[in-house]
Design a protein around this ligand. Structure first.
Ligand code: PAN
Ligand code: ZN
Length: 195
């Protein structure tokens, strides 16, 4: 047996390549979700501003691979999120944000390109944020709601890896929100407590 054959893959793994400069996933079986302005009702503070924007404008899109069924124990999912640059009132374009439905599940994010902020809220509703820049690695603890805002002038792309049995709880955020919002105050991204 030649040394090369020892190194060759015997079983097909994921037939996917993640482009390290753009974050784009290329290959078979990628699931895609797009969130436009019209899908973001109730997420931003300034609902009038949201209504005044082009409703089909894309806020963010997600590409993800699900090698096992959603909700199944023991697997891991991988996804790229691309957030466009833009504002709704004084808030940056951002993801809806969620807790994991299974509160005991964490996640990793890694920024590929752009500038952003990872907004985190713990179970005591204490909200903080971590700056995101190419290569920045973020460990999202269990029991922590997470949302990402694009605070730069170009697309923000980040990778995420999360357990297949994490699930997503959007309802808690839809009804109670985060305890603070990232707003542009005098040109600076500032976390402002909600009244
Ligand atoms: C990410 C998010 C993705 C989109 O893959 O699902 O960034 O954000 P929303 O799910 O809040 O719309 C993740 O955190 N998965 O668990
Ligand atoms: Zn998550």
């Amino acid at each position: 047996m030649s040394p090369q054959s020892n190194c060759s893959a015997t079983e097909p793994g994921l037939q996917i390549v993640a482009d390290i400069s753009s974050g784009e996933l290329v290959g078979e079986g990628i699931q895609r979700v797009t969130r436009a302005i019209k899908d973001m009702k109730g997420i931003f503070r300034d609902e009038k501003s949201r209504q005044s924007l082009s409703q089909d404008a894309v806020v963010y899109r997600v590409q993800a691979v699900y090698p096992v069924g959603e909700g199944e124990e023991g697997g891991l999912f991988w996804g790229t999120t691309f957030i466009e640059p833009g504002m709704v009132g004084d808030e940056y374009f951002m993801t809806k944000g969620h807790f994991h439905a299974n509160r005991h599940r964490g996640e990793y994010y890694m920024t590929v390109t752009g500038r952003g902020a990872l907004i985190l809220m713990d179970e005591n509703r204490r909200t903080t944020f971590e700056p995101m820049h190419p290569g920045s690695l973020h460990y999202i603890r269990a029991n922590t709601a997470h949302r990402v805002a694009n605070i730069g002038e170009s697309v923000l792309a980040f990778w995420a890896c999360w357990p297949s049995d994490a699930g997503h709880d959007y309802d808690s955020i839809a009804s109670l929100g985060f305890s603070a919002r990232l707003r542009k105050v005098n040109g600076i991204a500032t976390l402002v407590e909600e009244p």
